[in-house]
Design a protein around this ligand. Structure first.
Ligand code: DON
Length: 320
């Protein structure tokens, strides 16, 4: 049943937050600095296959760190929990996304949402798939989005050319045996996965796929096993917004992942995927306007996992 109250609410959210212009567009990857700072898109996709959108919801941008939970799910599927957790932890780091810090005794990256952890995960994918890793990764991301996705060559080249810090992290991981020898190939895969083009509609559908026990609600395709979805959502809940994750859990209270190009993807278990795009970032690399919209929408709809209106993931569903 198509509901008639959610679209006006999304329109209202868009209009209310449109004037918000705090933050700076990321420029440490030079190509990202070309983004229009005023772009603003919102998409919400429900677990029963409805879409509600406003603004620049089809404007393409690169997925960046929002790729990280999706590759983490794939790595566990391929290698199992024991091997993956020997290489990357599940603890919030309380540190910046590109921190060079590793866990004290184990030398593992703290979690797969920060760059060190995500590079380790890309190395695990490369270890299994070799040169077919990008193809496999693109196929899985495309199944989650419901149509074929591709890499933005200019952003990929730009990040590859300037990603010295990630290269340093990767070699540190090689030094401690967290990644195997083909470290340049693993890094290349990481740079390419970050450069996959999406829009807020894609991210909302990818989020809705996670909310719908791993099945894309629009195509009916099973994309992730439910146990992997649990792994992915858990790590998004505790680590998805880097050193803002605690405050996010407090204020928004749903699993989410941000990316440095300005996207934020949130998942309300069994209910919906929600995505925003606004490239002006705060000092932690999260979209300023995106966070504001998410806080507002979570309050408005009672989406927080501990909100009294969120009755076992069934409040919104009952109204759709
Ligand atoms: O490795 C990097 O720096 C980027 N490709 C991804 C970082 C990112 O998206 C951080 N998110 N806010």
């Amino acid at each position: 049943m198509k509901n008639d109250w959610l679209q006006p609410l999304i329109d209202q959210m868009y209009a209310k937050h449109l004037p918000h212009n705090a933050g700076e567009v990321a420029s440490y990857i030079p190509e990202l600095g070309k983004a229009n700072p005023n772009d603003f898109g919102i998409s919400l996709a429900t677990a029963d296959g409805q879409i509600f959108e406003a603004g620049d919801s089809t404007r393409p941008f690169t997925i960046q760190s929002i790729s990280k939970p999706f590759t983490y799910g794939m790595a566990i599927e391929l290698h199992g929990h024991a091997k993956v957790s020997a290489r990357v932890g599940v603890e919030p780091s309380g540190d910046v996304f590109n921190s060079i810090q590793l866990e004290k005794d184990s030398h593992r990256p703290f979690n797969p949402m920060i760059n060190a952890g995500a590079i380790t995960v890309s190395a695990l994918l490369y270890e299994h798939y070799g040169d077919e890793a990008l193809e496999q990764l693109l196929a899985r991301f495309s199944a989650a989005a419901g149509h074929p996705l591709s890499v933005d060559e200019a952003v990929y080249q730009s990040e590859k050319r300037t990603g010295h810090r990630n290269r340093a992290i990767a070699h540190l991981l090689l030094n401690f045996g967290m990644v195997e020898e083909k470290v340049e190939q693993a890094l290349d895969l990481y740079f390419k996965q970050c450069s996959i083009l999406v829009n807020t509609r894609d991210l909302a559908v990818m989020g809705a796929t996670l909310s719908n026990l791993g099945k894309n609600p629009f195509t009916g395709v099973d994309v992730y096993d439910i146990d992997r979805v649990k792994d992915m959502l858990s790590i998004m809940f505790t680590c998805g917004l880097y050193d803002y994750s605690g405050e996010w859990a407090y204020k928004v209270g749903v699993p989410a992942k941000s990316g440095v190009s300005g996207g934020v993807m949130s998942v309300v278990n069994r209910q919906l995927g929600f995505a925003t795009y606004s490239p002006r970032l705060d000092a932690r690399g999260n979209s300023c306007r995106g966070i504001e919209v998410c806080v507002d929408l979570a309050n408005e709809l009672g989406l927080h996992v501990f909100d009294c209106m969120n009755m076992g993931s069934s409040y919104l569903k009952a109204m759709l």
